[in-house]
Design a protein around this ligand. Structure first.
Ligand SMILES: Cc1ncc(COP(=O)(O)O)c(C=O)c1O
Length: 382
């Protein structure tokens, strides 16, 4: 790892030295399930690809470097990474999750872990005192997204980290929306970072994957054990594609942000839009916090359309570039309707409580030309 070097350089080189056998500049796809041993227990560090694979190892090291952590672990999806982290808890223990989280994480907490015996409660992501008030004697983990999906709320990560550390609680941060290019929770004190690498890290909407990064041996060891024991690992091809995506993360994120800021400003003054949620707008209630814990505001924004569901349907049917699709963080612009898509797993009352109204749309702003994206939105709203 070259933590003395800049992010852009590490994204291209860390974890990926040229191949010692051939000199190949690009790391090979080690498409193998097993490894020949010279004698019993005598091998070159790899025995079986569920336990370890060189292409996966390269991805894990690269991800650790970008999050400035000591250890990276890759999983078959962001949800598999989430499960690995939740498996550090025991039935009878308590987790406090931020109120605005990916619908699939909510579904895991409510439909898998609550029946399993985990006590689950929610706190207002944007208020540290709401987490303090929710702490019980058996609280073992705080789980937040920042910015959140889909309301783009922020958690004060520095304050949450000191609260968690004072009270002997683990702070897990899902950093999928910001990516390590704009935010590094471990540097702000979090114990571990979770990613759906499906999104910005891979960046090309062609791989589903996940990761956990930590600097703490006591967090890494149980996760590493679980990764091998449960086996929800990504294949070497997916790791290779994600590594290829990572190399351009910095250039992509700058373009995502440039376009998102432009569109947020455009939408903010558009008469067909009631509300825009983007941490880069000065009127975002946590704009100051965003500037203090992030180095940029990312490529995600949400908005409420005047005219309710009918207006939403009309808008979606008139778009030409923005594609109606689940997911986010790819080079292409996507639009999603959270009440029926990403947050369809959440009961309507829970959704409304979190501010997810029936006229909410989420945009993953891609890196097409900003002129074309603005024209597309303007036309669809017109
Ligand atoms: C913030 C966030 N975390 C986790 C996930 C789950 O990741 P995956 O779809 O790779 O399982 C998603 C997926 O949309 C997400 O948006």
């Amino acid at each position: 790892m070259h933590l003395d070097m800049k992010f852009e350089t590490r994204a291209i080189h860390d974890g990926q030295p040229s191949d010692p056998l051939t000199g190949a500049v690009t790391l090979p796809v080690y498409q193998t399930s097993t490894y020949q041993q010279e004698g019993i227990g005598k091998h070159k560090g790899y025995e079986y690809s569920r336990t370890g694979n060189p292409t996966r190892k390269a991805l894990e090291d690269a991800l650790a470097s970008l999050e400035t952590g000591a250890f990276g672990l890759a999983f078959a999806s962001g949800s598999a990474a989430t499960v690995a982290v939740l498996q550090m808890l025991q039935p009878g223990q308590h987790i406090i999750a931020g109120d605005d989280i990916y619908g699939g994480t909510f579904r895991l907490l409510e439909r898998v872990y609550r029946p399993w015996g985990l006590e689950v409660s929610y706190a207002d992501t944007s208020r540290v005192d709401s987490f303090t008030a929710a702490i019980r004697p058996n609280t073992r983990m705080i789980w937040v997204e920042s910015p959140t999906n889909p309301m783009l709320k922020l958690a004060d990560l520095r304050s949450l980290a000191s609260l968690a550390r004072e009270r002997g609680i683990l702070l897990a941060v899902d950093n999928t929306f910001a990516s390590p290019f704009f935010q590094r929770p471990l540097e702000l004190g979090a114990h571990l970072v979770v990613h759906s690498t499906t999104k910005y890290l891979n960046g090309h909407s062609d791989v589903v994957g996940g990761a956990v990064v930590t600097s703490e041996e006591a967090v890494y060891q149980p996760l590493k054990f679980y990764q091998n024991a449960a086996g929800a690992v990504p294949g070497p091809w997916d790791c290779w594609l994600t590594l290829r995506g990572l190399k351009t993360l910095a250039v992509r994120m700058r373009e995502h942000e440039k376009n998102a800021l432009r569109l947020a400003r455009f939408l903010e003054q558009h008469p067909a839009i009631e509300q825009v949620y983007y941490p880069g707008l000065p009127n975002h209630p946590q704009h100051g916090l965003a500037k203090s814990q992030m180095s940029g505001f990312g490529g995600m924004l949400s908005m409420e359309l005047a005219g309710g569901l009918a207006a939403v349907e009309r808008f979606l049917s008139r778009l030409k570039i923005f594609l109606l699709a689940e997911s986010l963080g790819g080079v292409e612009s996507l639009v999603c309707y959270p009440p029926r898509m990403t947050h369809g797993a959440m009961p309507p009352a829970e959704r409304l409580q979190r501010g997810i109204k029936d006229n909410l749309l989420r945009l993953s702003v891609g890196i097409e030309h900003g002129d074309d994206l603005e024209e597309d939105l303007g036309h669809a709203l017109g």
